[in-house]
Structure formats: structure tokens, C-alpha cells
Design a protein. Sequence first.
Length: 290
Amino acid sequence: MSINFSNIFPGFLKIKQGFVFLLFGFVLSACASYTKNEQPAHPDFVRITEENQLGQTFSASYDGLNEISLFLKASPETSGELTLTLYPGSTPEQAIRTALIKSAEIDTAGLYNFTFNPIDKSSGEDYLFELSYAGPGNLRIGSSPGNSYLSGAQYLDGIAQNAQTTFRSSYSPTPMLLGLIAEGFTWMGYFILATAIFILPGWSGLSWLLPTWKNFSWISKSILSIGLGISVYPVFFLWMDTVGIHSSFLNIFFLPILGIALILVHFFRSRRAFQEIDDARNYPDEGNGD
């Protein structure tokens, strides 16, 4: 026997089509990196030669960091190489990625890409990239005031400046997508945990206290349960402190576990009561002993 979900759920066909388009979009997105403009403004320039180094700290937004782009401008006598070295954290201790661009490639002022192998777990991590130039002449790198970017700072020869380097970051699509999916499951776990902590205690208490609880809508039940659950926890913490119990696990999970137990007991008792009523209706003469 086949089940036609379109008849059971009128919106099932639209949901299925939306899922197909979403999956198709993910497949197409795997063909190109995602680029984020971290600090696009470049009203000023910092001149870099063989005698100095320029650095910039930043925080990666996603997994799969694989490229940093800088706004560069070469002078006519420039003939050398610009090397970008990437370090974890904010100090140049152990390099994890390097990339370089030859000055001959910098024909006009604009953004130029330093590409390297993707960093799978880069989301939320802090990094420092340092720029060093080797060769005659100099290069000018786009810069802007210090308040133009809030997740890092520019360094000149290791000294923090009231300025920010013009740059953007790019991310490889596959590790980025996997990281977003993992983050989605993480937030889903937080939601389930919050539901267990704040809704279950109130839900179980109200299901016992209010005979008409089953007639309430799900929204009303959830709102009332959250209100009761939040108000019960301070009193519960006070009692636990009074008796000298300071276990974080018990303080957090005792009421949800008790709530689950009370909900199950109430469910089975209600089910048994309804079963006895149905039996009495179906077999009215059995109780008379005839």
C-alpha cells in the first residue's frame, strides 16, 4: 500500500521542491569559494620595503579559510616578491600557511589574492598575517582608520597601529558548508537542552495541577511552562544550597529529569483511566457479575 503524502500534507510537494532547489544550490556553491569583505576601505596606504613588515590580526568567520586578498599598489621601480605568512593567534610564533605574489603581477592598484591550502577548522579562530617584501622599490598596501574593523589590529614591525589593513577573506565551500551544518546541530542541541531545562519542569507541574491542561494550545502550554520553570529554579537553588548540595549536574538536570518522570506517570495514569472508561462502556454487564 503506497501513501500519497501530497494528499496528507498539502504543502508536501512545495517542501520537496524547495529541498531539491536548496540541494541544487549547495551543489552549485561547491564550485566557488565564499568571499567576505572584512575591511574594504582604503583611504590611506602603508609603504612596505625590505626594511619593515606589516601585520594584521583578524578573526575567521567560517571553516575552510583558504585565501586572503589585499589592496596593493606598486611603484614603477618595484621588482620583487611580497610574501604573506599566516600564524595562529596574535603572535608570530609558528607559521601555518604562506603565499606570495610577484610585483610583476601587480600592474594596477587593486585587490590581489594570496591563496593557500584550506584550514578546515578556522571558524571563530584568531589569526595574524604578516607581509614581508623582498626586492628593490616598495609596495603600498591599502589601510584605513582603526575603527573601520573591530576584530583585529594593524601592526608595523610588531607595534600596534591605530589603523586597519584593507583585506578580505575567502573560504573553501566544502569545509565551510560542513562547519555550518555542524554549527546548526550544535545550536539544535542547545535548543533541546534549553527546552529540557526550562519547559519540562513547568510542563510537568502544570499537567498535574491543572485538570484542563490538555485543553490548552501548545503555545499557551509552552509559555506557561517557561514562566513556571524560570520561577522555580531560584527557589530550587536556594533549597539545594540550604541542604549543602552544590552539584552543577544536579542543579541543572534534577528538575528536568523529575519533570520527565512526572509527565510519564501522568501520561500512563491518564491512559489507564481512559482504558477503564472504555472497558466500562464496552462491557457494562461484567461489573454486575452476570
